[in-house]
Design a protein around this ligand. Structure first.
Ligand code: ATP
Length: 286
């Protein structure tokens, strides 16, 4: 673990732990200590219930002075699934990190349902963005507590339903203590695929209109991968879903694909059209 967090790890931690419960609050404080938080504008409004129409308008961004995103224009309709592909370092993660306002664009603006992000109170925006990343944060505690992290105060029935939707049903049934099973270092160690499904269950509980999926780079066995894909497909129904795709398999499920290169979207469209175009995507997927 280096000095830098990848942006999405930070988003994962902030979104998943946003001031709920003591553990979450402490974690949140740690993050505040590492990164200055963006303050709400005095006239910022609580975000209304969002549909999830997203627009990036000529958005540029750089860490320090090094330009990373260069004039991104992108419109995503509510309910649409868009996969972001492109070489490592192209800026996919950084682009999606701007949506929960982990960073501020240096130029341009981003709107959801026509409202600029910086006009909304930060917590009311983040409450409506779910994140499933490869870096799942599980704490030592019961499976119940770990899933309920998606929405504190959820009932057992809701937690079990979310677990089933996340394809954790068989695991739950095989654990003698079910939701009371202690997970993590003091208890049952969950596999990478199981942890990811806990993150998916949290997202089902949270029920946000907008989802950011950071697909796992590590290889999972094909059965696990299918189960996770089934769960993610169910999760993304009716939500605006932005997927950072590292493998081409998942892209088939997207409505559109944004191909990024060197901080720009160089191609955008459906899989078939992009293949026919014979450009960057065709070479990537060929
Ligand atoms: P990958 O597929 O490898 O995740 P990516 O397309 O998501 O790549 P980003 O993670 O957005 O690319 O990174 C874009 C550039 O920004 C890279 O050159 C990266 O080194 C740099 N970068 C990312 N995060 C930070 C940070 N917190 N501070 C400084 N530079 C960063």
């Amino acid at each position: 673990v280096g000095v830098f967090y990848r942006p999405l790890e930070k988003i994962a931690a902030v979104i998943e732990t946003y001031p709920r419960g003591i553990a979450g609050f402490r974690r949140y404080q740690e993050l505040l200590a590492t990164e200055p938080e963006i303050a709400d504008a005095p006239d910022a409004i609580p975000a209304p219930v969002l549909r999830g129409d997203i627009r990036f308008e000529n958005v540029s961004f750089g860490y320090d002075d090094r330009p990373i995103l260069r004039g991104i224009d992108l419109t995503i309709k509510a309910g649409e699934t868009v996969a972001f592909v492109g070489p490592s370092g192209a800026g996919k993660t950084t682009l999606l990190a701007l949506l929960p306002r982990f960073y501020e664009p240096s130029a341009g603006r981003i709107t959801v349902d026509g409202i600029a992000l910086d006009q909304m109170q930060l917590h009311s925006l983040r409450r409506q963005i779910g994140l499933v990343s490869q870096d799942v944060f599980l704490f030592g505690g019961t499976l119940r507590e770990n899933i309920a992290y998606g929405r504190l105060g959820a009932s057992d029935a809701e937690i079990v339903q979310a677990a089933r939707q996340a394809q954790l049903g068989p695991l739950l049934e095989n654990l003698p203590e079910g939701l009371d099973t202690i997970v993590g270092e003091r208890g049952v160690m969950l596999s990478g695929g199981q942890k990811q499904r806990v993150a998916i269950a949290r997202a089902f509980l949270k029920n946000p209109p907008i989802l950011i999926l950071d697909e796992a780079t590590s290889a999972l066995d094909s059965q696990t991968e299918r189960e996770i894909q089934t769960a993610l497909d169910a999760l993304s129904v009716g939500r605006t879903t932005l997927v950072i795709a590292h493998r081409l398999g998942t892209i088939r499920h997207a409505d559109r694909i944004a191909v990024m290169q060197d901080g720009r979207i160089v191609e955008m469209g459906e899989h078939g059209a992009l293949v026919a175009q014979g450009g960057v995507y065709a070479r990537l997927s060929g």
